[in-house]
Design a protein around this ligand. Sequence first.
Ligand code: SF4
Ligand code: SF4
Length: 154
Amino acid sequence: MGHYSIHFSPTGGTRRVAEHSIFRQFASGRPDDEDKSELIEIAAKIQDILDADFHGKLELEGSHGTYKAFGGTPLKPAGNDDCSGCGLCARECPVGAIDVAAPKDTILEKCISCMRCIGICPKCARNVDQDLWDMMAEKMAPVLGGRKENHLFL
Ligand code: SF4
Ligand code: SF4
């Protein structure tokens, strides 16, 4: 089998706002119609650059030196007595953190707190600790509250 090299130069990048996956009151319902209009404009600007065959250096905010390692979150869902044992959450968990034989439990070391299992459970039988959720939501509000802007990097 041969080796293949792919060389490319990014022309533009976007930072786009979407509803928070855990605290859904932040950026709720986004991307919305306003976002879609903005994103169409952003795509048109990038297309203009491509049409002009411009090959500048893309400047993005931040750098690898400033990224923080993901330290996890204490918000881990667990099943309750409404669970029918259908196994859907176990099949759909992206990291295999639910054993199909015991879907009320969560393998804490594996769980990435994506909340997919809560969203898909047909019995609404998986939840996180409400007091902890409330406390974290309040802590996050100053950072995540308000309408955030989409951004174009060129
Ligand atoms: S999806 Fe819901 S009902 Fe089905 S096994 Fe998981 S927790 Fe139980
Ligand atoms: S929150 Fe995500 S990673 Fe954790 S158990 Fe549910 S689906 Fe799996």
